[in-house]
Design a protein around this ligand. Sequence first.
Ligand code: GDP
Length: 140
Amino acid sequence: MAVERTLSIIKPDATRRNLTGAINKCFEDAGLRIVAQKRIQLTRDKAEGFYAVHKERPFYGDLCDFMTSGPVVVQVLEGEGAIAKNREVMGATNPDDAAEGTIRKLFAENIEANSVHGSDSPDNAATEIKYFFEGSEIIG
Ligand code: GDP
């Protein structure tokens, strides 16, 4: 399988509870390498742009409120099949449906405050990485 890069976001519910290190350990234990990382405060514009695909969904406004409610940690993860592997490590969107041992099962508060984001396809990974990082900020 090819080495891939994927965008990860540690969401405000997790930074608020000081879980950045615990979540990073899950990634590293799964063989994912953190090749870029920064802690930022999303502006409303930046959050709305990131989730534009969900604009018509009823939870869009709430989701953008939540994503701007505190700092996030944006990261690029690298590894063999990193996109699918990260989705596996994250677990299902709703923590009630997430498999044992996944980040969302371990840490998520609810379907919205679910601790992590991960790109879901190679195209989205490329777009989402560019949304937050210059090429020079990613050190493989
Ligand atoms: P993901 O790829 O697993 O993150 O899930 P989606 O792309 O479907 O949704 C994006 C994000 O929107 C999720 O991670 C949640 O934070 C939020 N979300 C998804 N579904 C719901 C919902 O039914 N209600 C609320 N309030 N938030 C949701």
